[in-house]
Write a protein that binds this ligand. Structure first.
Ligand code: CP
Length: 351
């Protein structure tokens, strides 16, 4: 990066990502249902600026100097927690990481008391993961700062969907998803990643297909039918199928979702082996997609179940790029939310 582009990049970050025509007004990021397409584009452009910073020899700017970011994860995580903490440090924020396994949660402290305690200890931005859908919404009601949802139950994983979108745009000509076929295959029923991706990808104009065994798609066909064309302003329709060949044929993007072993009680699948045989993303199935199709996975992967090891490590796989992009996307979000402080306290409910 030249001195000029470095200076321009820093200036853009100082001025809010330099996305003409869009401004960030949300106090929290809980899901993408309330984030407009111009706002998503603002996140994408701000992420571009953050990628510029990450390409420098010293990957650190003072944008969040003195701001306090706390991560509170009630569920296991590697990518989301580490990338949020790395992102916050790259912006010079002070970072506190709370592991519920070693906190007073183990003594029965409630979520509400835990959040009030963290706020009393100085937390300003709370990044949270919880196994219960809706928990970050409760946190947003009681926390005086900003809440970022790092994944709640089956409900939403907005930062994952944004880094997925960013990665797709990097690989598709012109960064344009209009009419591009995106096939998401796996445990759709329990997938917060799939649900958040429905919002972002239908807003981007993608031809979105959700695919899995019928037992792992329950209710999704009714959601897709209710969604329809034009039913949700600014969003296109999406498709639901158990026919993996139909989903993958001529796809531009193939995304495998983890078969969540820890949530498999309930007999929704005969066996993991049968799932792999009928729905696993293997080389033969990838061959149905376009020759230049990319293969994605939000991680963590069960190689040999939802994705074959040779596919996961093939030249088409962009899985490690997704992880790397997660840092820049989360830097952008921390930066935008921290900058929304004034509007957040000017009456906007902030969701
Ligand atoms: N994709 C994702 O959320 O990964 P982690 O569970 O490792 O954070």
């Amino acid at each position: 990066m030249t001195a000029e582009t470095e200076a321009a990049s820093t200036a853009a970050v100082k001025t809010g990502g330099a996305a003409p025509g869009a401004a960030w007004h949300h106090r929290h990021l809980l899901d993408l249902d309330v984030v407009s397409w111009p706002e998503i584009e603002l996140i994408m452009r701000t992420t571009d600026e953050m990628k510029g910073i990450l390409a420098r020899p010293i990957r650190k700017v003072p944008a969040l100097n003195g701001r306090r970011v706390t991560t509170l994860f009630y569920e296991a995580s590697t990518r989301t927690r580490v990338s949020f903490e790395t992102a916050a440090r790259n912006l010079s924020a002070d970072v506190v990481s709370v592991s519920t396994a070693t906190s007073s949660v183990t003594k029965g402290e409630s979520l509400v008391d835990t959040i009030r305690t963290l706020e009393a200890l100085g937390a300003e931005i709370l990044v949270m993961r919880h196994s219960v859908s809706g928990a970050p919404y409760l946190a947003a009601d009681i926390f005086g700062g900003h809440v970022l949802n790092g994944g709640d139950g089956w409900h939403a994983h907005p930062t994952q969907a944004l880094l997925d979108l960013y990665t797709m745009r990097q690989h598709l000509p012109g960064g344009d998803l209009h009419g591009r076929k995106v096939a998401i295959v796996g445990d759709i029923l329990r997938s917060r990643v799939a649900r958040s991706n429905v919002w972002s990808l239908t807003a981007a104009g993608a031809d979105l297909w959700l695919c899995g065994p019928a037992t792992l798609l329950r209710g999704m066909d009714r959601w897709a039918a209710a969604w329809g064309d034009g039913a949700i302003p600014g969003h296109g329709r999406f498709h639901v199928t158990s026919d993996v060949n139909e989903a993958l044929r001529d796809a531009d993007v193939v995304m495998a979702l983890r078969i969540q072993r820890e949530r498999m009680q309930g007999g929704l699948l005969p066996s993991l082996r049968e799932y792999a045989a009928r729905f696993g993303i293997n080389a033969e199935r990838v061959a149905l997609a376009r020759p230049d199709a990319i293969v994605m996975h939000p991680g963590p992967m069960n190689e040999g179940v939802e994705i074959a090891p040779d596919v996961a490590t093939s030249g088409r796989a962009v899985i490690t790029e997704q992880v790397t992009n997660g840092v820049a996307v989360r830097m952008a979000l921390l930066y935008l939310l921290a900058g929304s402080h004034d509007s957040a306290h000017a009456g906007e409910a902030g969701r």
